[in-house]
Design a protein around this ligand. Structure first.
Ligand SMILES: [Mg+2]
Length: 450
């Protein structure tokens, strides 16, 4: 960007004019200091965070808390707390970041990362980290991907699932519709609820139902697929493949809380349909059991949307308990941590797909990270059927997802601003970035050692 400013047409004109007037000395000494060569967005070294405010968009289709970090120089940064989380996860960190220079992104991240956790608990730390990148980009006048080391690609491949149907003909047509829209990668839900009403497809304690235990981990439900159940689910996928073709990657998710052996038997039966990945078959914390499945099944095993921080991904990759990782940048630690996760996985031979279910703010954070991370495969999008989703922001071409891809923005920071009028039509609670003085004095002794 500095180079671009250097060849500013006005400067060339003045330099030529000065040369024509015999003022070469003046042109060389003084023109370099003219304002057009200076970044007037802000003075990054004097930038200070003064405030953090939030609002929550609903129906996008998820609930999306968006934060705004304000500064002493009028520029602000936008970030987003993980979908479905509370904005409180970010706001209770306000007193820890006010007064800091937002361009010191890694320093601030290390200060607040102890307050993040897995799944939605990581949302506040990640939302703040995104907003800091947006601010630093605006302060230095560069897009976020450039600060990460530059791009590997100019557009980001997306995948989008559809609403479910128990009728494989209907479901197959919906998925084929995605392919016809231009998507080059598909994903479907393939839960055991599909066969729950078929006698003899599942075994479980009498009286228990397929969704009786949403908070009981898979290994502890006593629910297993029978041979008949496995065959029915494989037949279901056969019909989906007939509709969408064998040549397009087709991933599967939301299997239900079945045990490890059922996962293996189902995975083996799906081999001939060449699934792109089997997602979250069991909880991500169970490294040894995931490895048991990954070793037995010749289809890529994937997990990661609820994992906070790179060390937890590295453990899974080092054990080769997964074939692909799937961080959600709004849980995994934000933009830089997710690039580090991708790079660490790449060193261990593991590619990175990215889970995402938020607004265009978090989407753009994902896009910059995906552009700058070599082993990236594909980015999720849950909102292609929400007509106003792209209009939540300005500054980019609409719709944001075009024929299954998102163009990497070239504007400073994340590259988007909020469209206030549209955001106001979809607020969970009244008020647009209302003051947050209640979070000014939150204090504790934060050191993790003595
Ligand atoms: Mg998932």
């Amino acid at each position: 960007m500095a180079q671009k400013n250097y060849s500013h047409p006005r400067r060339s004109f003045l330099k030529n004019a000065a040369g024509a007037l015999g003022l070469g000395f003046w042109a060389d000494e003084t023109l370099d200091a003219l304002p057009q060569n200076t970044n007037t967005n802000s003075k990054p070294t004097d930038l200070k965070i003064t405030d953090m405010r939030a609002l929550t968009v609903r129906g996008a289709p998820m609930t999306c808390p968006i934060i705004r970090i304000d500064t002493n120089q009028g520029i602000y940064g936008l970030g987003e707390v993980r979908d479905g989380a509370s904005k409180t996860y970010a706001l209770f960190l306000k007193s820890r970041i006010v007064g800091e220079n937002p361009c010191n992104i890694d320093k601030i991240f290390r200060k607040i990362k102890q307050f993040g956790g897995h799944s939605r608990q990581g949302g506040g730390v990640c939302g703040i980290e995104m907003a800091l990148w947006d601010l630093a980009g605006k302060a230095y006048n560069v897009p976020v991907y450039q600060m990460l080391g530059g791009k590997f690609r100019d557009s980001i491949r997306c995948y989008a699932d559809t609403t479910e149907s128990n009728d494989p003909k209907v479901y197959g047509q919906r998925l084929k519709g995605r392919r016809d829209e231009g998507f080059t990668w598909l994903k479907m839900d393939l839960g055991v609820d599909l066969v729950a009403d078929v006698p003899g497809a599942l075994t479980m304690p009498v009286g228990q139902r397929v969704n009786s235990n949403p908070n009981t981990q898979h290994m502890f439900t006593g629910m297993e697929l029978t041979e008949k159940g496995v065959q029915l689910m494989a037949d279901f996928v056969a019909q989906i493949r007939e509709a969408v073709g064998m040549d397009i990657p087709l991933s599967a998710d939301h299997f239900g809380h079945i045990g490890v052996n059922s996962c293996i038997r189902l995975g083996k039966a799906l081999t001939k349909y060449n699934m792109a990945w089997l997602e979250d078959m069991i909880p991500w914390q169970r490294t040894d059991l995931l490895k048991q499945i990954a070793d037995a099944v010749d289809i890529p095993i994937l997990t990661g949307e609820d994992i906070y921080l790179k060390e937890n991904f590295i453990e899974l990759c080092r054990a080769h308990a997964v074939d692909i990782i799937h961080p959600d940048l709004a849980t995994s630690g934000g933009i830089l941590e997710t690039k580090k996760i991708g790079d660490a996985a790449e060193d261990l031979g593991v590619p990175m797909a990215m889970h995402f279910a938020g607004s265009p703010i978090s989407c753009m954070a994902n896009v910059h990270c995906a552009a700058a991370t070599e082993n990236f495969l594909v980015l999720e999008n849950h909102s292609v059927d929400v007509p106003w989703w792209s209009d939540l922001v300005n500054g980019v071409d609409k719709p944001i997802v075009k024929k299954g891809f998102i163009a990497v923005p070239e504007k400073p920071g994340l590259g988007v601003t909020l469209n206030e009028a549209v955001v106001k039509q979809h607020l969970l609670e009244p008020g647009y970035f209302e003051p947050t003085p209640e979070w000014d004095r939150e204090r504790s002794a934060d050191r993790l050692w003595s």
